[in-house]
Design a protein around this ligand. Structure first.
Ligand SMILES: Cc1cc2nc3c(=O)[nH]c(=O)nc-3n(C[C@H](O)[C@H](O)[C@H](O)COP(=O)(O)OP(=O)(O)OC[C@H]3O[C@@H](n4cnc5c(N)ncnc54)[C@H](O)[C@@H]3O)c2cc1C
Length: 409
């Protein structure tokens, strides 16, 4: 039984089925209708080094005062978030970031090949845009700094970057305009125009091969006589093993079982816009100094925001959309908004920016697969593969120790 039909749960279900398991996939909504539908659709082969808590106190102060567009803080929720932020701060020391990147690398470097294999089986290989992911800079100084760092990213982490001059930028993306000094292209990354459709296609493949999809509330999960049980609309489901892949909601099913991981939902918004004339982008573009992404999608140009730190169920406050939309209009000819309201999603984040993958000690048959932070679309198939290998006794393609759920004590 796999709880949660986002990219992570669907992928775990498919990987288990591939290894001969009979799988029931469970969600209270449809497939990939939450975080896995609203992201920027980038399979981030370059994202080995994690996002960290800033160590420069001027930046911290800017964040605290909501003076930067890439982050937004609900001050009244700070007390509740403080323990997580402190843990994240501790995990952002250089030696720990190094350890996290070392642990992330074997996952991240497989991300494109794992997606390719399933896209092929799902008949969707053509949706992959192999045009990379482009970071553009307003500040020449910041670009220069990142160009210098990119040599290190190549030698240490195998991450390729191409320095793009302002002139070359106009050739690469002729519709970019305004105050841009250049860019860094990450050619190993790929992207899709509808991440939700990819999740749905993987679930369709699962069903074609005999898997079941069932609607139920995972919070009712309980253990009875050696089996895991859940009451669904169509009757009770029982399974010897259960995988919790509920993304940012994972603790809601675990708490009644006496388990809780330090998980937050780092919020992010998106909104779609039409484009003027024949304008377009050939790849997702990150405005580094603005902290937002413009991602060409089937529904229009999707503007996605950076991180908002707020109580899980706080009402949406899409101020980052309001602040970044004019910035986006400076660099690209956006038309009217296509959506009336901004979409709100939550990146499931553990404080060390690694997912939790593996069995829960003392709870026979209970497995976790969540906490994929900014990379759940990228890593779902990879961690599904690893988890399925662990569950079926195959030799895992990498040592799973860095992702063990009990690492938080
Ligand atoms: C703005 C934004 C941009 C992003 N861009 C990227 C990107 O470009 N590339 C990338 O790799 N990642 C990106 N991410 C991160 C990525 O979207 C997430 O890491 C990923 O979607 C998490 O997938 P998931 O399957 O763990 O969670 P989800 O997709 O949230 O799935 C969890 C599922 O659990 C279900 N559920 C919850 N509670 C219950 C319950 N009680 N009972 C039954 N079902 C329940 C939900 O309905 C949902 O279907 C972005 C995120 C945001 C917010």
């Amino acid at each position: 039984m796999v709880l949660g039909a986002g990219m992570v749960g669907v992928s775990a279900a498919l990987a288990l089925q591939t290894r001969g398991r009979a799988v029931v996939l469970v969600d209270r909504r449809g497939v990939a209708e939450e975080t896995s539908h609203g992201n920027a659709g980038i399979i981030q082969r370059e994202a080995v080094v994690p996002y960290t808590f800033p160590r420069d106190w001027r930046v911290v102060l800017d964040y605290a005062l909501n003076r930067r567009t890439e982050a937004h803080l609900h001050h009244w929720d700070l007390m509740g978030l403080a323990p997580w932020l402190w843990e994240h701060f501790m995990n952002s020391a250089s030696d720990r970031v190094e350890a996290t990147a070392r642990a992330a690398r074997p996952l991240v470097e497989r991300c494109v090949t794992e997606h390719e294999a399933w896209l092929r089986l799902a008949g969707l290989e053509g949706v992959l845009r192999r045009t990379g992911y482009l970071r553009v800079y307003r500040s020449a100084e910041r670009l220069e700094k990142d160009v210098a760092l990119s040599a290190e990213a190549l030698s240490r982490w195998g991450v390729v970057s191409e320095h793009i001059s302002a002139d070359r930028l106009r050739e690469l993306e002729p519709h970019l305009q305004g105050p841009l000094t250049g860019g860094l292209l990450k050619p190993q990354a790929v992207s899709v125009p509808d991440p939700g459709a990819v999740g749905k296609a993987y679930a369709a493949l699962l069903r074609e091969r005999g898997g079941r999809f069932i609607t139920a509330d995972a919070r009712a999960l309980n253990a009875t006589s050696g089996q895991w049980r859940l009451d669904a609309d169509e009757g009770p489901i029982e399974a010897r093993e259960v995988v919790v892949a509920l993304g940012p909601w994972s603790n809601e099913a675990l708490r009644p079982l006496g388990i809780e991981l330090p998980l937050i939902g780092k919020r992010g918004y998106h909104k779609h816009y039409s484009v003027l004339g024949n304008a377009g982008l050939s790849r997702p573009v990150l405005d580094v100094d603005g902290g937002y992404v413009l991602a060409p999608m089937a529904r229009g140009m999707r503007l996605t925001t950076g991180a908002e730190f707020a109580r899980f169920d706080a009402p949406p406050t899409p101020v980052q959309i309001d602040k970044t939309e004019p910035m986006a209009r400076e660099i690209f000819p956006l038309g009217e908004a296509v959506d009336n309201e901004a979409w709100l999603g939550r990146r499931p984040c553990l404080p060390d920016m690694l997912p939790a993958i593996g069995p829960v000690p003392g709870k026979k048959g209970l497995w976790l697969d969540f906490g994929h932070h900014h990379l759940g679309f990228t890593l779902g198939p990879v961690t599904g593969h690893l988890l399925a290998q662990m569950m079926t006794g195959e030799t895992p393609f990498t040592d799973p120790a860095p992702y063990r759920p009990e690492r938080f004590g």
